[in-house]
Design a protein around this ligand. Structure first.
Ligand code: ARG
Length: 421
């Protein structure tokens, strides 16, 4: 009998898969559960896998790797999908894929399985990442293949006396790790409907958050957060603490109509207090330390990397190339940012950096000004030259009124148009 390594969360889908893989695919099942920092009872999940028929059940503590190899590079990149989603779920998938491949090699498995449906991004991420790491492994996704419905899964679970989800079973589909909590389905499927309060677990409702704001100082070394309020912390602890502190102030909620890779628009709700605060703070150190040109270019790279991560291409060569650029861009991104957390908002109230490019003697309007004002004249002469040329040649004889309209995009009815429309 061949062995399959199953990505196991302990939920209904993946629990049903243990007997299913044995019965329908004639495979011996070994499960892998990744600890990426969500607060779950991991020994209980392991027990459940074994009781449900797994030959072996591995629980891998991958929190440090997740932070060091995924969260920090994504933070340094400024990777926010469609400008808002910090990519918690998307970043976890390639790491889980790596754990699956490693266990497959360890136990001599030839097949890897996951419980994704055919409609989401996660199936793509798992399949693509596993094949990038070991193209010889076969990948099966029984939920996708058989289009298993929830009622069918429940019936099957009952037949095989698989412990059911505790009856307070969530009406939502949830995925969580240190970098965030993703909430889908149920009442969220109506984009007009405000997410019900019980969709949230990490964040206070902003109107119920404390009336007193809280300030937090975050210190970065080369783009990596290293301390909170002056206390050096290791990455896992820093993120966990910031999730609690910012979450208590209702910070980190995202309600987003998202474009999935497979072409569907979906309504996604996220809670990512630490990630949201850290992106805001990190970007602020960059504002002090990156040149204008670096900042402009890096924003394009950030969008590209966010798409790559979202689309499951973490292990691609293009991502490796861009990651080198990002790492290089962080050489001087060291400093401290002060943020104020208050009723669902995070606001930067101060920033400083060791190699800040902000030069008070150039910026000041007060005493000590060293800026060469006369040089500005020559600069403007040349900077404005193309526009003056255009005015001489192309706008000759036009009234200021016409130019005003042209510049508002009113090109169709400009010259001499007297009619009011
Ligand atoms: N839309 C997000 C993403 O594609 C979250 C997916 C959540 N996954 C889940 N199994 N609930 O990254």
């Amino acid at each position: 009998m061949e062995t399959v390594v199953l990505a196991y969360s302990g939920g209904l889908d993946t629990s049903v898969l243990i007997p299913w893989l044995r019965e329908r695919y004639d495979l011996d099942v070994v499960t892998v559960t990744a600890n990426l920092g969500s607060e779950q009872d991991l020994p209980a999940i392991r027990e459940k896998a074994l009781r449900t028929g797994a030959r072996e059940a591995f629980v891998e503590d991958a929190r440090d790797q997740f932070v060091q190899f995924f969260c920090w590079p994504a933070l340094q990149a400024g990777a926010l999908y469609e400008g808002v989603y910090p990519l918690g779920t998307a970043l976890a998938r390639p790491l889980i894929a790596k754990l699956l491949v490693d266990v497959a090699h360890r136990v001599g498995a030839t097949v890897v399985a996951h419980g994704c449906t055919g409609k989401g991004n996660d199936q793509v991420r798992f399949d693509v990442a596993v094949s990038a790491l070991d193209p010889s492994l076969r990948i099966i996704a029984p939920v996708r293949e058989h289009r298993m419905r929830r009622d069918e899964e429940l019936a099957y679970a009952r037949e095989h006396s698989i412990p059911m989800p505790d009856d307070g079973s969530s009406p939502f589909s949830i995925d969580e790790n240190l970098w965030g909590r993703s909430i889908e389905a149920g009442a969220l499927e109506d984009p007009w409907m405000e997410p019900p309060e019980d969709a949230y677990a990490w964040t206070a409702a902003p109107h119920e958050a404390p009336d007193r704001p809280q300030e937090v100082e975050i210190e970065f070394t080369r783009g990596i957060p290293v301390a909170l309020d002056g206390e050096p912390l290791d990455g896992v602890d820093l993120i966990a603490r910031l999730n609690r502190v910012a979450g208590a102030h209702g910070v980190g909620r995202v309600d987003h109509i998202e474009n999935r890779l497979i072409g569907i628009k979906s309504r996604e709700v996220y809670e990512a207090p630490a990630a949201i605060v850290l992106h805001a703070a990190h970007g602020e150190v960059e504002k002090l330390t990156l040149s204008r040109d670096q900042a402009r270019f890096k924003a394009k790279v950030a969008a590209e990397i966010a798409d790559l991560i979202y689309n499951g291409l973490w292990f691609s060569a293009l991502h490796q190339d861009l990651a080198v650029y990002v790492a290089s861009s962080q050489r001087f991104v060291s400093g401290t940012v002060r943020v104020r957390l208050y009723k669902g908002t995070v606001r930067v109230t101060g920033r400083r950096a060791t190699h800040s490019l902000y030069d008070p003697s150039l910026a000041t309007y007060g005493i000590g000004d060293r800026f060469d004002h006369r040089a500005a004249e020559g600069f403007i002469q040349l900077f404005g030259l193309p526009l003056r040329t255009q005015a001489h040649i192309q706008w000759l004889g036009r009234s200021s009124e016409e130019i005003l309209r042209l510049s508002a995009g009113d090109a169709g009815r400009v010259p001499g148009s007297e009619g009011r429309g």
